[in-house]
Write a protein that binds this ligand. Structure first.
Ligand code: AMP
Length: 269
């Protein structure tokens, strides 16, 4: 496994004409990340993982500071996985080219996480823009867990880069809670609370699948979650193809963002 910390070395030593699979991450690796790496290893000759906790996508500095950073453990995991290349960019290098860092998103897209975490996706897209300029990978592997991110990156790179996106399914623990680096910030008890919320969301999902008009039941469940002391930032049902509110039981997706002990979790079904 080759580890790169500078763009120069990466450019010199990696043959980007080869069939390369790119897995962008913010580290604190878990089974969700592993599944992206497995998909890349299956489809591509070489797999390149980046670890970069991007400051500009955190709308609160305290959230950036708190975000789990366990690089030596991550490298151990990646070595075991037999990943070919790891790129750990330096913040200065990524932010050197200021012009590429100014990305704006459509007002139509300022919904859900884009609405509640102002500047978040602008930060995500700016880094993806920089990284894809360097890593001219054939495929990029992204998780459905971060559906709005997947949607916006797909839209953003469409006519800009040749890289194809492969969307990978959400990996969950035995209690149906999606693996997330932020889960490291939660106690055992918090994790149980979070998985209870997720079970309720899955329940709503199944209800809507059977009968689209059950807003009373949905509201009841929303109230149940809020009454148990959990702050829901948003719980929305949208069309999975264009994220509009025009959906039917064949094309809907349900999205939630909620807080457990000040830790923000997101998920979708
Ligand atoms: P992150 O390190 O949180 O920025 O995530 C890096 C990539 O892993 C993103 O494409 C995420 O959507 C994906 N990912 C995060 N959690 C999961 C999960 N539980 N299952 C599958 N993919 C995930």
């Amino acid at each position: 496994m080759k580890i790169f910390k500078s763009i120069n070395k990466l450019n010199k030593q990696v043959n980007f004409k080869a069939n390369i699979g790119f897995v962008p991450t913010m580290g604190a690796l878990h089974k969700g990340h592993m599944s992206l790496i497995d998909s890349s290893k299956k489809k591509c000759n070489k797999t390149l993982v980046t670890i970069f906790v991007n400051p500009s996508q955190f709308n609160k500095k305290s959230d950036y500071i708190k975000y789990p950073k366990i690089l030596s453990n991550d490298l151990k995991i990646l070595r075991k996985k037999k990943v070919d290349y790891v790129f750990i960019p330096q913040i200065n290098e990524i932010y050197k080219n200021k012009k590429n860092m100014k990305i704006s998103i459509n007002s139509k897209d300022k919904i859900m996480c884009a609405k509640f975490r102002k500047g978040h996706f602008e930060g995500v897209l700016a880094v993806i823009n920089q990284l894809l300029g360097i890593i001219r990978a054939k495929y990029m592997f992204l998780g459905i867990k971060d559906y709005q991110q997947l949607y916006l990156i797909r839209k953003f790179i469409k006519n800009k880069f040749d890289t194809k996106i492969i969307a990978c399914k959400t990996i969950r623990d035995k209690n149906h809670l999606a693996y997330s680096s932020r889960n490291l910030l939660l106690s055992k008890n918090d994790l149980i609370k979070a998985s209870k919320v997720i079970k309720k969301i899955k329940f709503i999902y199944n209800k809507i699948k059977k009968n689209i008009n059950n807003s009373k039941e949905i509201n009841d469940i929303k109230n149940q979650i809020s009454n148990s002391g959990i702050k829901i930032e948003y719980l929305q049902i949208r069309n999975k193809y264009n994220l509009s509110k025009k959906y039917n039981k064949y094309n809907f997706k349900i999205f939630i963002a909620f807080y457990i002990n000040k830790v923000r979790l997101i998920d979708n079904f």
